[in-house]
Design a protein around this ligand. Structure first.
Ligand code: NAD
Ligand code: TYD
Length: 339
């Protein structure tokens, strides 16, 4: 079996963390390097079981630190890069866009340059369907890989800029890349600032759940493990230079999501609190994943099986999320929701 050195950036966060676990287990003959700055969104508690594994390595670094990244690439000579590291929360990008440009745009360019210099075999850039902007509520419309890029938030604009840089390194220098654009993920280790884990953790504590606007905005939910399987497929089988959309065929209004969680936990819908809408709130996201399905992928979770598994996970892993919501997160929550 071919041994590969795989750099996973942002592997202490939600999706990257699940991907690191998946890769370390699935490919014992690969060396998996998790590079992460450990911002507010990253933690290593989730990888305690990996510490003894010989094929797992952790590097604390900033992807935008050119010198450190270039010398690491020279030293290790990675074969593959799977790039998750980012500032990822739309609400934070509305309050403080600058760090989104620094991490998502500058950081991606630094990784591309280092990848070009050592000549890696594949760079998978994990992006988002939010770069396509928003759809209206017509259920027959979907984002395809040919939908024009029209980001609306500082977060999605920074991701779109990084996508275009990735594309340019392919077109200009022939760097072997893929770009994946997925819908909203959910599942274990989702940071409790995002809708689903925020709702689960607050309902479990009998606290009000803030729903923006009228709660009718639609998201297409993808279980994080289905996303990991898709990225593995793109890494190994994706046609160089191609973009792949990844979506779960699970469109729900925010209110449906919140009500499902409340009823599964046997609590009252009185916990729902309608609050001021998010600025520039995208109406609807929905993905047409036909291109990836042709490559041999399909989601294994429905929303119903996935949300049940996720709620159970949060019940079984209170220690992880309680530690987060009892820390600095409290200040964030007060500031964000007092506006
Ligand atoms: P996350 O916020 O949970 O994790 C991000 C990780 O990146 C954290 O561990 C953080 O410490 C690390 N990081 C941040 N800045 C860094 C820097 N300068 N250098 C090194 N590490 C840094 O994010 P996530 O939800 O796991 O998302 C991962 C990727 O997937 C992102 O690129 C995001 O844009 C994309 N994405 C996420 C979703 C979703 O629903 N969560 C949907 C579509 C696309
Ligand atoms: P979020 O989980 O932040 O993901 P994204 O903005 O990337 O889609 O939000 C999902 C949806 O839930 C989005 O329409 C905004 C809404 N939302 C709320 O209604 N209340 C909240 O407290 C949060 C965080 C999100």
């Amino acid at each position: 079996m071919l041994k590969k050195k795989v750099l996973v950036t942002g592997g202490a966060g939600f999706i990257g963390g699940n991907f690191v676990q998946y890769m370390v287990d699935k490919y014992p003959h690969y060396d998996i390097f998790n590079l992460d700055l450990l911002t507010y969104a990253g933690d290593l508690m989730k990888h305690r079981d990996l510490e003894q594994k010989e094929n797992y390595h952790f590097v604390k670094a900033d992807i935008a630190d050119r010198e450190v990244i270039l010398s690491l690439f020279e030293k290790v000579q990675f074969d593959y890069v799977v790039h998750f590291a980012a500032e990822s929360h739309v609400d934070r990008s509305i309050t403080d866009p600058g760090i989104f440009v620094q991490t998502n745009v500058v950081g991606t360019q630094v990784l591309l340059e280092a990848s070009k210099q050592i000549g890696i075999s594949k760079f998978v850039h994990v992006s988002t369907d939010e770069v396509y902007g928003e759809l209206d509520f017509d259920p027959t419309t979907f984002f395809t890989e040919d939908t024009p890029i029209q980001p609306n938030s500082p977060y999605s604009a920074s991701k779109a800029a990084s996508d275009l840089l990735v594309r340019s390194y392919h077109e200009t220098y022939g760097l072997p890349i893929n770009i994946t654009r997925c819908s909203n993920n959910y599942g274990p280790y989702h940071f409790p600032e995002k809708l689903i884990p925020l709702t689960i953790s607050r309902v479990l504590n009998d606290q009000k759940v803030p729903v923006y606007g009228d709660g009718k905005n639609i998201r297409d939910w993808l279980h994080v493990l289905d996303h990991c399987i898709a990225i593995d497929l793109v890494l190994h089988e994706g046609v160089t230079g191609e973009v792949y959309n990844i979506g779960g065929h699970n469109e729900k209004t925010n209110l449906e999501v919140v009500k499902t969680i409340i009823s599964t936990l046997g609590k009252s819908e009185d916990l729902i609190e309608f609050v001021k809408d998010r600025l520039g709130h995208d109406k609807r996201y929905a993905i047409d994943p036909t291109k990836l399905e042709k490559l041999g992928w399909e989601p294994t979770y429905t929303f119903e099986t996935g949300i049940a598994q996720t709620i159970q996970w949060y019940l079984d892993n209170k220690e992880w999320w309680e530690q987060i919501i009892n820390g600095e997160y409290q200040n964030y929550f007060e500031k964000q929701y007092s506006k």
